[in-house]
Design a protein around this ligand. Structure first.
Ligand SMILES: [Zn+2]
Length: 178
């Protein structure tokens, strides 16, 4: 197992546009995928992109499951996206809170508006192409991770700066809403 410290904003790799993967079977690609899986789980995140483990390649993973900050209704399996393209977005826009392993080590949350549904085309870890229609939290995480490989973070897309809150306050707010 290889858990990487999460690259933080301020490090130029977070703002760089990541490069496409050419050789799917290369050691670098396979190692990056394994590092992402171990690191995402260890850092208690529901998605992670290669620049966050210091690799500027167009790879990200998602795994919608229970974490400290999230108890999602729609659990989803571990998925690997290589050279992804988001080919369509729903017109319906929804607001949701996001945090990020690369922003204050996932201890800062803020509201971001995003399309509710996306269709994404990508290759899996074997280099096989697939297409996926995602909605809800998975669609949000896919867009958040896709932004990472474009050099963007959720702070760039905040709906309202006043929605920013610490992890502790975010948990308190969620409890109040229940
Ligand atoms: Zn992130």
């Amino acid at each position: 197992m290889s858990v990487k410290p999460t690259t933080q904003i301020g490090n130029p790799i977070i703002r760089a546009k990541a490069k496409p993967v050419k050789d799917f079977s290369s050691k670098v690609v396979q190692k990056t995928i394994n590092d992402l899986i171990d690191s995402m789980r260890q850092h208690d995140l529901v998605g992670m992109a290669a620049p966050q483990v210091g690799v500027s390649l167009r790879i990200f993973i998602t795994e919608i499951r229970n974490t400290k900050h999230r108890k999602p209704k729609d659990i989803d399996i571990l998925r690997v996206f290589i050279n992804p393209k988001i080919i369509s977005y729903s017109k319906r826009i929804v607001a949701g809170y996001e945090g990020c392993g690369s922003v204050a080590s996932a201890n800062l949350f803020g509201k971001v508006n995003r399309p509710d549904t996306v269709v994404v085309k990508a290759c899996n870890e074997k280099g096989e192409e697939f297409e996926l229609k995602a909605k809800g939290l998975l669609a949000r995480v896919i867009q958040h991770e896709y932004d990472h490989i474009e050099g963007r973070v959720f702070l760039d897309k905040l709906t309202d700066k006043k929605s920013l809150m610490s992890g502790e306050e975010y948990m308190k707010m969620k409890k109040r809403k229940k």
